[in-house]
Design a protein. Sequence first.
Length: 403
Amino acid sequence: MSEQHIPRGDTLAWVGGSDAPEKSVLNIGFMALSDSASVIVAATQGFAEKYGLSLKLQRQASWAGLRDRLLSGELDAAHSLYGLIYGVQLGLGGAAATDMAVLMGLNQNGQSINLSHTLQSAGVTSGEALHQHVHQNKARLTFAQTFPTGTHAMWLYYWLASQGIHPLRDVDSVVVPPPQMIEHLEAKRIDGFCVGEPWTAKAVDEQLGCTVTTIQAIWPDHPEKVLGCTRAFAEQNPNTARALIMAVLDAARFIDESEENKRSTALLLSGSEYVNAPVSAITPRFLGQYQDGLGHAWQDEHPLRFHAGGLVNQPYLSDAMWFMTQFRRWGLLRKDPDYLGVARQVQQLALYREAATALGIAVPGEMRSSILQDGTSWDGSAPAAYARSFRLHALADSPAVAL
């Protein structure tokens, strides 16, 4: 990606006088994943400088490490799992409860569940076949996800349960950092995994198994990574937080503008200091071009996207609440939280609205409605009932308990 791709006609905004960033040099954490793209582009391609910021990218080895550095102040903000931010907010996942902030959504779609070559060779290439393998063969399989309260754990649990496989009883679940998934699969330490790109594509390219489902097939345009920080950082540095949102929003808009921009971004990401993966593994799924390792190829109707006119970036209250319903469903929360109240505390709707409005980007409603693969509807209106509505769960206080 070269400097000539960057729009230069925009005037500086929110960087002078009383609106100047309180802190102009920021340490920004990210993981080696394709969905870190808008943060990396903002930091390296001139977008941050437009808003008076210098972003120092710091690649992290694990989500737990990223969380710890956010909480210690070593990182000012980070490309983060939705569920990581809310796990910390609620005191789950090994960290003391700390007030957190979601500044904006970074992407939708672009995650998958893969099965190993061993399972593929045995004809286990679908949810139905996996259900039969687990229950008839009494096979004890091990699946990897990336963080106990993270999106990948929740997607994996949701999909397994939709196939009649209890994720806490019928299989083992282990935590593996995204870039290590390939190594664990190749060493046959795991039978499958849920992770973001490019690692599922790379596993297929290296004939280490198959993609059994994308997560967008489970929930079209599902929420994924967010730009997160502590609430203290956002409250103490509101101008900085707003400028950071604007820089990343501008970068996200740039990426989604054209196939050329997407290809140049994929090439940038492939570098050793960023995702450190072959561009051949990044670009196709970055463009929505999929093959599953089973002879099927398609152009996905819900590809990885970073902006979509602002539909991706609004920190929807309902998206945040969904993750909390899954924490409740699987027993991570022992009682129902104030779903809407917690979401309103964490989602920085006012800051996001100011940033988006300054850039002429439409701001959608605070809630959105979705229908998931199993036919369930989610709109945030009745979260406690929704958490109890599933046949498979770990709610000890429900008459439909399935432990």
